[in-house]
Design a protein around this ligand. Structure first.
Ligand SMILES: [Zn+2]
Length: 274
């Protein structure tokens, strides 16, 4: 049987309470964050950390919930919140139907994040109002097609869900389109912000610099892929040449997580250009 190790820590940065949940299965550890600011809860953590996140939520006075996307580690406790109090839960319009059913995803993700129960969500407008701020709801597809980022106009804080995660991305989920991720990262730079709240890396005081570094990394990667592609190499050959080794998650996930998804998104783009 799988034994899960679980913990949660609460940190405060500015006016934002950050709940840092951790799960580990057989030595593979993952972090996931939920943020609370000005009556707004941004993402709800995973159901595998239900007790931990619920003890955090109980101390808050949540008036509305905003989900960056529908993945189970962000929406895992939305149903519980809905049972406790009748408040709006917002998600990208395209994921409302998906959220209305229990989550359906592979076993390795269930082992880590638990089951995501169904809940009723509603679509965002272009902006969201909290007591002391107006927020921009920014379409930032890439990690998923339903991915959104939230910008607090009053404080300049940027909440980026799973758009950033880390600078040097080496594996992505099969549904991620890295070409769109790159465009979304560039789109964020049109907003005036320094601090980023990332759902897996947490609070980043130098978030703008981190996002710029990720853009530079992905552009350099794109250049390398373009060179090998123009020499006639296949996606498999380009993947091996650039990433050299296969990461454990690739096998564990039956290739749902793979470096090759990064390469194929770029070469698909090159094919469309020519
Ligand atoms: Zn995600």
């Amino acid at each position: 049987m799988y034994k899960l190790e679980k913990s949660i820590e609460i940190e405060q940065h500015g006016n934002v309470q950050c709940a840092h949940g951790k799960v580990a299965v057989q030595g593979i550890g993952m972090s996931v964050y939920s943020f609370y600011v000005d009556g707004l809860l941004i993402d709800t953590g995973s159901n595998s950390l239900a007790e931990e996140f619920q003890s955090f939520f109980r101390e808050l006075s949540v008036e509305q919930v905003a989900l960056t996307h529908a993945h189970e580690d962000h929406s895992g406790n939305a149903a519980w919140i809905q049972q406790q109090q009748n408040i709006p839960i917002y998600v990208h319009r395209e994921s409302i139907a998906n959220c209305a059913e229990d989550g359906n995803y592979p076993f390795y993700r269930q082992a880590l994040w638990g089951q995501r129960p169904a809940f009723i969500a509603q679509p965002f407008g272009d902006t969201l109002e909290t007591k002391s701020a107006t927020w921009d709801i920014i379409a930032t597809p890439g990690h998923t097609t339903d991915h959104l980022s939230f910008y607090n106009r009053a404080t300049g804080a940027m909440f980026t869900g799973d758009l950033y995660i880390q600078t040097k991305t080496k594996v992505v989920l099969d549904e991620e389109n890295i070409v769109h991720t790159l465009a979304s990262l560039k789109k964020l730079l049109h907003f005036d912000f320094e601090q980023v709240y990332c759902c897996h890396a947490g609070f980043l005081a130098d978030g703008r610099a981190k996002i710029s570094e990720k853009i530079a990394y992905l552009e350099e990667l794109e250049g390398e892929v373009r060179k090998l592609y123009s020499q006639g190499h296949t996606d498999d050959a380009i993947t091996k040449a650039i990433f050299r080794r296969e990461y454990p998650i690739t096998k564990v996930s039956g290739e749902q997580w793979s470096s090759k998804h990064i390469i194929t998104a770029f070469t698909k783009q090159f094919k469309q250009e020519s």
